[in-house]
Design a binder for this molecule. Structure first.
Ligand code: SAM
Ligand code: SF4
Length: 330
């Protein structure tokens, strides 16, 4: 039998999150400072060929799903050609994309022809002005248009909402209400300190429990759905509503025991966990001439050391969590 990526806790790794770029066309407050992040030189970014090679090698070790993220994947030139290239990898069952949707609309027809199964669209407010405040860019119409087109497409759609204390918490109910007549899976994400500056002080902590009780107060008739193995969200449905909602305990980290994911950042840093500070520079390893067998051996060794959970990963860091989510690949 082929070698598989299994860590010391018996978790099999089958899902890669790959950051296409660290650049973005928005400046979400919870992700980066107003002036943006110090983007890396182009030659420090993985090339598409390198990304293809990494994905192929990982797929030969049992990775059958890839999520493309960033930064904003659609801002990198050649992204659609890369998607087509990735589609050739017969060992991949699923390609998924996380995007802010600003640039996706004109590519949807082409995307539907590929093995792209699901799009996670980030939209934190249904109000144009508030969207502008959160993202520091006036692009609400484009993201909202993408939402409508994605709903009509054959792609699975998840709507990501980062719950930001004092900013969009008064819209939680509106987002759940969207699922009444629309077949949308809304997912509320706990805010994490990956924003370029670190942990914010807020009057209220909007964690999983608080988000759920806010929803339950308005909708006592919610039912818990059975979550897929390794799901990042706990999922629910309001009785007789068409769509569903879920909560991602990204910061309280109660989902680690089932984790099947690894990450490669836009510069080729390998990460076993969102909360570690990058455990190996794959880009340099490849550029120094590593063979595919050497890459495989390396991945097997790195994955074996995956920390038990996000708290241990954070404790092993040299510095506090402050980096932007767009450099990690959220
Ligand atoms: N630009 C794309 C987008 O926004 O969908 C992809 C990259 S973005 C970093 C991926 C996801 O991470 C988005 O859903 C975003 O809302 C989420 N995210 C970014 N910073 C976050 C933070 N500090 N806490 C929680 N989620 C965050
Ligand atoms: Fe860009 Fe996504 Fe970060 Fe917003 S969350 S700044 S869209 S990378």
């Amino acid at each position: 039998m082929n070698q598989q990526l299994v860590d010391n806790f018996g978790r099999q790794i089958s899902y890669l999150r790959l950051a296409i770029t660290d650049r973005c066309n928005l400046r979400c407050q919870y992700c980066m400072p107003a002036h943006g992040i110090d983007i890396v030189d182009r030659e420090e970014l993985l090339t598409y060929k390198e990304m293809y090679r990494i994905t192929r090698v990982l797929s030969e070790l049992g990775v059958n799903k890839v999520r493309l993220t960033g930064g904003e994947p659609f801002v990198r030139k050649g992204f659609m050609s890369f998607l087509e290239m990735l589609d050739f990898n017969d060992l991949l069952d699923e390609i998924n994309i996380t995007t802010n949707g600003v640039l996706i609309s004109k590519h949807l027809e082409q995307i539907e022809k590929l093995k792209v199964k699901s799009i996670n669209l980030s939209l934190d407010s249904l109000n144009r002005e508030k969207f502008k405040t959160i993202t520091r860019r006036d692009q609400f119409e484009k993201t909202y248009k993408a939402l409508g087109l994605l709903e009509k497409s054959k792609l699975n759609l998840k709507l990501n909402v980062v719950v930001q204390s004092g900013i969009n918490t008064n819209e939680i109910i509106d987002f759940v209400e969207l699922t009444k007549t629309r077949n949308i899976a809304v997912r509320f994400i706990e805010e994490m300190p990956f924003n370029g500056v670190g942990q914010k002080q807020t009057n209220e902590v909007w964690n999983y429990n608080k988000i759920l009780s806010e929803i339950n107060r308005e909708f006592p008739n919610t039912e818990k759905l059975k979550d897929k193995k390794s799901s990042t969200s706990m999922n629910f449905k309001v009785e007789n509503y068409k769509g569903t909602f879920g909560i991602i305990p990204a910061f309280t980290r109660t989902i680690c025991s089932d984790c099947n994911r690894i990450r490669i950042t836009a510069t080729g840093m390998f990460k076993n966990c969102l909360f570690d500070d990058g455990v190996f520079n794959i880009r340099q390893f490849m550029r120094n001439g590593a063979s595919n067998d050497e890459l495989k051996e390396l991945f097997l060794k790195l994955v074996a050391k995956k920390p038990k959970d996000g708290f241990l990963a954070e404790a092993n860091r040299d510095s506090d969590v402050t980096e932007s989510m767009s450099t990690i690949g959220g």
